[in-house]
Design a protein around this ligand. Structure first.
Ligand code: ASP
Length: 348
């Protein structure tokens, strides 16, 4: 039995994004407005049994401006208010929502309450907005308890267009349609129709002894290198020679393949030996890297490149930032990239 709303409380954190924007009548451009105005557009917010409080970023930001400082701010808000609320809803622009969700999944170690990120493709004030539905259902999910009074979804998720997805498995795939996000390599955690149907067997299980351990340190000396046919040696060489570079997400073809060029393997090998952690992530939306499958992938393995399995680029970047924020050696980071820390990869 699922108990919704009653005697529960949710903290909404409004960071910015389309969901809370309004059209400037003179210029036609979308501009941020505040959470109080947003509430006026959704009177239902005041009618639920659930106690809803809000905090807003001042000023609200377009998610293109999200960065590790903003993630730290979110972690601090959640950690400071952790005991007072059943769950948290973060209103966020869609453009970088998958990065924020991935980062939070690593930074909020030991999380045992729902943190649901949502936003919209059309502003709340617009008649056909998807924001109202996304927001109301996110609140319902963030406050949902099971028959034993435990949170239904004790993890960082994105809720968008009727689908609840594990945050660190998501990618923004559509700039036009309402279903802007997809979790290609992990099933949806819940679907919202007349009822919200939770896929309990694949949702992270809350461990009662779990204590929230917020992390604030992130290392950002990272590059993403996306392969394309005809890529010049000097592009790869210049990237790997970046001063202070500590890690690279190498976006390869298919199941983790790369061109068989001697200069390419030499450059990667030298960079690995210098302590740069290079992770093999596929350019494909779905599927996994299997470096032993083709000779081209095997060459990468022999050059010291680590397998990213079915990780998204968003998750690989933020996981590397998280690991670089600790005092791990490059070898320890390579090993941890091969282990799921927050359900971000599937092994074997
Ligand atoms: N540019 C906006 C943002 O990501 C788009 C959106 O909200 O969907 O903040």
């Amino acid at each position: 039995m699922v108990e919704l709303g009653k005697n529960t409380s949710v903290l909404i954190v409004y960071t910015g994004g389309t969901i809370g924007m309004i059209e400037n009548r003179e210029t036609g451009a979308l501009e941020n407005f505040n959470f109080e105005q947003l509430q006026n557009h959704i009177p239902e917010l005041k009618q639920t049994n659930c106690k809803i409080d809000s905090i807003q970023f001042d000023p609200p930001i377009d998610s293109s401006d999200m960065d590790p400082d903003a993630w730290r701010k979110l972690v601090k808000i959640i950690s400071d208010n952790y005991d007072q609320y059943n769950g948290f809803v973060i209103l966020h622009g869609t453009d970088t929502m998958a990065f924020t969700a991935s980062a939070l999944s690593f930074m909020l170690e030991g999380l045992s309450k729902p943190v649901i990120l949502t936003g919209s493709q059309l502003p709340i004030g617009v008649l056909r907005t998807d924001g109202k539905e996304n927001l109301m259902t996110s609140i319902e999910i963030a406050s949902a308890l099971d028959g034993e009074g435990k949170p239904m979804v004790p993890e960082v998720c994105i809720f968008f267009e009727n689908h609840l997805m594990r945050g660190n498995r998501t990618t923004k795939l559509n700039a036009e349609n309402f279903n802007a996000f997809r979790s290609f390599n992990y099933p949806v955690l819940a679907k919202a129709g007349i009822h919200i149907k939770y896929n309990k067997s694949i949702i992270h299980k809350e461990n009662i002894d779990q204590v929230l351990k917020p992390h604030y340190l992130l290392g950002t000396n990272i590059a993403v290198l996306k392969l394309f046919p005809g890529m010049h040696e000097n592009v790869v060489a210049a990237t790997l020679a970046i001063d202070g570079l500590q890690a690279v997400v190498l976006e390869t073809y298919g199941s983790g393949n790369a061109p068989q060029r001697k200069w390419f393997f030499r450059l990667l090998n030298e960079a690995s030996k210098r302590g740069i952690v290079i992770v093999n992530v596929t350019q494909c939306c779905a599927g996994t890297v299997e470096m032993e499958r083709y000779g081209t992938g095997l060459h990468l393995l022999n050059s010291g490149i680590v397998c990213g399995y079915d990780i998204t680029t968003e998750s690989a970047v933020t996981k590397l930032m998280f690991l670089l924020g600790h005092e791990y050696s490059p070898q320890q980071i390579r090993e941890l990239m091969g282990q799921p820390l927050a359900g971000e990869i599937t092994l074997g």
